[in-house]
Write a protein that binds this ligand. Structure first.
Ligand SMILES: C[S@@+](CC[C@H](N)C(=O)[O-])C[C@H]1O[C@@H](n2cnc3c(N)ncnc32)[C@H](O)[C@@H]1O
Length: 274
């Protein structure tokens, strides 16, 4: 059986080969795309990886696949769409196409609008087991309004009258999530870490404490760090040993933060008992 709460310095296909079927609750990952950046040890047999992800994902588990397209000879590659369609063809539901909007995209001089987003495809193996939505305040909270029911529905339901409804205090956030792109302490030597807040939001939305989160392209270890801070178990694969050193450093920092949090909780409890 594979050891959990551990990063493996190897190809993700090797790591997944040691996992049993239906093992992972949630995958949060951003693969290298379209040779856009030079990664050490770059290797990306997409279809094999997608097939393995389907096998190791639990029924009701989720894969969040964060990806964009390169522009080659004046045309966007469309790789992200092709990958999404492939995931669907092997049995995943395309549960949601979310957008990661970059609040500070790198300005490029070209003949199109600035590229300011990546896709966050949310694939599920059947209906997702977990959905802990982020809620935001309703601007019109408490407003009472009338609903006029169409006659046909009214007759069917034998409720041929208008009704009133009151707007709730909160509503579900929409599926465009905005983050500043920027390197956190400890990620300076990795070319493409995703924001910690992004990993935090996806982990909290699609998993619960104690669940097992996987990142097959661990990079600088953002998914591991945010899993630890959110009391999830985790596994990572990263092919470059240089990046694995960054991951180990960030894991140490996260475990230290967790230890301090526990000490503080114990002190508070002890204080209350006095
Ligand atoms: C876009 S980066 C991931 C960044 C990560 N989300 C973070 O926040 O740091 C992709 C990573 O995948 C690694 N990689 C590429 N092919 C791989 C493979 N087959 N198995 C494991 N890691 C791989 C690269 O070395 C690179 O660090």
């Amino acid at each position: 059986m594979i050891e959990i709460n551990k990063n493996y310095n190897e190809s993700n296909l090797e790591t997944m080969a040691r996992m049993p079927d239906n093992f992972i609750d949630l995958t949060v990952t951003s693969p290298p795309y379209d040779n856009l950046r030079e990664y050490k040890g770059y290797s990306f047999p997409f279809e094999e990886i997608a097939n393995e992800l389907y096998r190791v994902t639990k029924k009701g588990g989720v894969v969040v696949w964060i990806v964009g397209d390169a522009t080659n000879n004046g045309s966007e590659s469309g790789t992200s769409f092709k990958q999404a369609l492939y995931f669907m063809s092997i049995g995943f539901n395309l549960h949601d196409t979310m957008i990661y909007r970059k609040l500070n995209p790198i300005p490029l001089t070209h003949n199109r609008y600035e590229q300011a987003f990546e896709y966050m495809f949310v694939f599920s193996k059947g209906k997702p087991n977990t959905f802990n939505p982020i809620k935001i305040p309703c601007k019109t909270a408490g407003t009472v309004y009338n609903i006029k029911r169409p006659k046909a529905i009214s007759e069917a339901s034998k409720r041929d009258r208008d009704e009133t409804m009151t707007t709730n205090n909160t509503k579900y956030k929409d599926n465009i999530f905005e983050y500043c792109v920027g390197k956190k302490q400890g990620t300076q030597t990795h070319p493409a870490p995703f924001p910690e807040e992004l990993a935090n939001d996806q982990i909290n939305t699609w998993s619960n404490e104690g669940d097992l989160v996987y990142d097959p392209f661990m990079g600088s270890g953002t998914t591991a760090k945010m899993s630890i801070l959110n009391n999830r178990n985790w596994i990572g694969s990263e092919i470059s040993s240089e990046y694995c050193n960054i991951i180990e450093e960030r894991i140490k920092i996260a475990l230290e933060e967790k230890r301090k949090e526990k000490d503080l909780q114990a002190q508070t409890l002890f204080g209350n008992e006095m």
